[in-house]
Design a protein around this ligand. Structure first.
Ligand code: FES
Ligand code: FES
Length: 153
């Protein structure tokens, strides 16, 4: 069996059962290792990717269910040869500690800023539910505000 998926603007025919979680299509079939496995049950957000602009937890969605939709992973974030403003804000605010949660965190933030370009602290708390075991939440919040400012300039 195979499924056609579109990841970071490129179409791929992946040879797997359509019920396979999207996370494994991304990591194992396509070799894109930026998207992380954490809990495997849709709770931590380490595996977050964008699908048609919405943040989805790829461990909890079947590959066949997103066939033909536009999937973006952390590898697809750089723009025009440079970092995406969210990635730049993450560097400027020195957000990552171990870094493991951060690709999923950035993808969740990317989706949020499409809907809510200038989020309040309360909106950030409500919408970004990804888990960071290193406790980088205060820096994440600062980086989101920095990215929002850069993207609206
Ligand atoms: S690995 Fe998918 S939500 Fe935790
Ligand atoms: S930076 Fe280590 S889990 Fe978030």
């Amino acid at each position: 069996m195979s499924v056609q998926i579109t990841v970071n603007g490129t179409d791929h025919e992946v040879d797997l059962d359509p019920q396979t979680p999207l996370l494994w299509a991304i990591r194992d079939a396509l070799g894109l290792k930026g998207t992380k496995f954490g809990c495997g049950v849709g709770s931590c957000g380490a595996c977050t990717v964008e699908v048609d602009g919405m943040a989805l937890r790829s461990c909890a969605i079947a590959t066949g269910d997103v066939a033909g939709m536009a999937i973006t992973t952390i590898e697809g974030m750089p723009q025009g040869g440079g970092l995406h403003p969210i990635q730049q804000a993450w560097i400027d605010e020195q957000v990552p500690q171990c870094g493991y949660c951060q690709p999923g965190m950035i993808m969740a933030v990317s989706a949020m800023l499409k809907e809510t370009p200038e989020p309040s602290d309360a909106q950030i708390s409500e919408q970004i539910t990804n888990v960071c075991r290193c406790g980088t939440y205060p820096r994440i919040r600062k980086a989101i505000h920095r990215a929002a400012k850069a993207m609206s300039a």
